[in-house]
Design a protein around this ligand. Sequence first.
Ligand code: IMP
Length: 191
Amino acid sequence: MRDICFVTGNQNKIIEVEKLIKNFKIISTKDLNFYDEIPETENTIKGNAFIKSSFIYNKFNINCFSDDSGLFINALGGEPGVRSARYASEISHTEKNINLVLKNLRGEEDRSAAFQTCICLIINGKISYFEGSVKGIITSKRLGSRGFGYDPIFIPEGYERSFAQMSLEEKNKISHRSIATKKLVNFLNQK
Ligand code: IMP
């Protein structure tokens, strides 16, 4: 079976995708003895996904893919967007990030937002992108305790509960990441 590297430090993401991809063996950057953080210097999630994949492709000459996601809030001009992990401080801090979003949206009527994911795949030098997004609204306070990141303040369109009030299974049926991942999996399973 051919190897393909998922460029991520998040083992949970690897386990999730591993279950779905049939004809490639997923390896991690740790399997390549690579432990550095690749600087995400672009101002789009697509750009950052490309940076991570191209870095590993060029360094190790191995087929690979990477993902990048963010929360885009319309009334904040798309913020926190590409800076979602580090919105409130240089060191990623979920509670501070949520507090800052709620503060910046105080009194704001337009609470519409979307989570977006972009996956960049490089196979034999050929680059493909797979995108997923889910629209929703930002609540005025935290709801629920599951999930991670901005889940407690995001209610997806057509629902009355936040991502943090849903089971992982329920969230995965509609999430930005799972939409993009399904597209990637379909593509790879035909290769
Ligand atoms: P990543 O690119 O998947 O690491 O996502 C970057 C940041 O976006 C995370 O640190 C979170 O703050 C936020 N984010 C991405 N996906 C989600 C999600 O599904 N729920 C909540 N926050 C998310």
